[in-house]
Design a protein around this ligand. Structure first.
Ligand SMILES: Cc1cc2nc3c(=O)[nH]c(=O)nc-3n(C[C@H](O)[C@H](O)[C@H](O)COP(=O)(O)OP(=O)(O)OC[C@H]3O[C@@H](n4cnc5c(N)ncnc54)[C@H](O)[C@@H]3O)c2cc1C
Length: 416
């Protein structure tokens, strides 16, 4: 059922720039709707954030109450991946605990979770003792926790392969190791220069799903975007005997922790590393590994004896107002963008479907986030690292004290 009439001379009905979870899902559903789709990925499918994330599917970390419906729906989609994606993504419904280590933190945790509870997430407040029953690995430090039985995870390293198979089956022309350079509008269709030889592809509709690199693609249209990139590091322990059975987070500060299927424990939570998305350079910031691990050991003392196996770096995109951009590109008829969806792995399969519907002129059941509010010719151009100002906004939105790494280190790390 094709809602579009392809422009004359267009080889494709739709072109997608970016093979992360957003671009891949959108391409899959456009193709399944009968459109001829080409997808460009400068590296390989899900090489960036969509493959190197922690795989945590947390309803409690939904960045805002408005995104809760996306998270709830996408959780079901990851669970049911064998049906629609053709791959078992090793989904686990572990249940998630977010820990408060003091009465002040408990109050802030409740304020944050009340909003998500009102938006439909089943969240219960439990005592520290009850939390330890649910997760025996916990220390005696938590005084209160929020508990969501729906939280869980899946295995992100499988994501690229899963989409590659599904996209091939759906007939999408997937072009990996092909970077899109210039894009122009020529009459009713887009002219896309892709790859080192600058080969040209034409398409009637365009989706920009380029993650942290979206500013480079927008430059073709003379547009800027009020977004920054943020660099996160993930710490992975050696394989341990079964130790942690739930997703763990903390009310104040940055910790996400869980034990993977293979026994390794993934420890992260938003601690900065260094990266230059323009060149691909990455560098671990050891000064941020130490407090991250201290906080982890404060929550789960058994980790004190664990050895670190490796640390990796990933780049994510943050909008100036922390809300996503999902919808039409302002001033460029036929172009669309998905960008800056925080916790975008959790919500990706839902967001990708929504934008695919919009691109077919259908009315989605989920809200759009008008890109025009942050994209325009006068907005900042180029790749920009996260500023102190936007970090402060993250903290404010979390309704917590602005927990700098140093504060976390001293408030929890000293006891660890
Ligand atoms: C370390 C880390 C941990 C995270 N943990 C979690 C988590 O536990 N749970 C959760 O929900 N979220 C998590 N996230 C966030 C989540 O991974 C992202 O929100 C999500 O993957 C974004 O998907 P995307 O498709 O928008 O972007 P990406 O996955 O970054 O995909 C964009 C793609 O576009 C390609 N591209 C860019 N420019 C071009 C071009 N010119 N031509 C061709 N291709 C191009 C890139 O190579 C890239 O592959 C984490 C992120 C990081 C970095």
């Amino acid at each position: 059922v094709i809602a579009l009439t392809p422009a004359r001379g267009a080889a494709f009905d739709a072109a997608v720039i970016g093979g992360g979870v957003m671009g891949c899902t959108a391409a899959l559903y456009l193709a399944r709707a009968g459109l001829r789709v080409v997808l460009f990925e400068r590296r390989f499918l899900c090489a960036e954030a969509s493959g190197v994330n922690a795989g945590t599917l947390s309803m409690q970390h939904a960045p805002s109450a408005e995104l809760v419906p996306f998270a709830l729906k996408a959780r079901e989609l990851w669970r049911d991946a064998p049906q629609w994606l053709g791959t078992d993504m090793r989904y686990r419904q572990l249940g998630g605990l977010v820990l408060a280590f003091s009465d002040d933190e408990a109050a802030r945790l409740k304020a944050k979770m009340d909003v998500r509870r009102d938006a439909g997430v089943p969240i219960e407040y439990i005592s520290g003792a009850r939390a330890r029953e649910l997760e025996p690995a916990l220390s005696a430090h938590p005084v209160l926790a929020s508990w969501c039985p729906l939280d869980g995870d899946c295995y992100p390293v499988l994501t690229g392969g899963a989409y590659r198979r599904a996209l091939a089956e759906a007939g999408v022309d997937v072009r990996e190791a092909v970077k899109v350079g210039r894009v122009a509008k020529d009459g009713a269709h887009f002219v896309i220069e892709a790859g080192a030889d600058g080969a040209v592809v034409r398409a009637a509709r365009l989706l920009i799903a380029a993650g942290a690199w979206a500013p480079q693609v927008l430059a073709s249209f003379g547009l800027g975007i009020d977004m920054t990139y943020k660099v996160n590091q993930m710490v992975v322990t050696e394989r341990l005997a079964p130790t942690v059975t739930r997703n763990l987070g903390v009310a104040d500060g940055n910790l996400s922790l869980k034990q993977a299927i293979n026994g390794t424990v993934l420890i992260g939570g938003g601690w900065d590393g260094r990266a230059d998305p323009a060149t691909g350079m990455t560098e671990v910031m050891v000064e941020n590994v130490v407090p991250n691990l201290r906080l982890a050991c404060h929550a789960v003392p058994a980790l004190r004896d664990a050895r670190i196996q490796r640390i990796w770096i990933g780049v994510r995109d943050h909008s100036a107002d922390l809300l996503p951009l999902i919808g039409p590109l302002p001033g460029v008829d036929g172009a669309f963008i998905v960008s800056c969806v925080r916790e975008g792995y959790t919500t990706g399969p839902c967001v990708g479907r929504v934008i695919a519907e919009v691109m077919q002129d259908r009315e989605p059941d989920f809200p759009l986030y008008d890109p025009a509010r942050l994209i325009g010719p006068d907005r900042p151009k180029g790749l920009r690292p996260e500023s102190a100002a936007s970090l402060a906004l993250v903290a404010a939105q979390a309704q917590a004290n602005t927990p700098t790494p140093t504060q976390i280190y001293t408030s929890h790390g000293a006891n660890a």
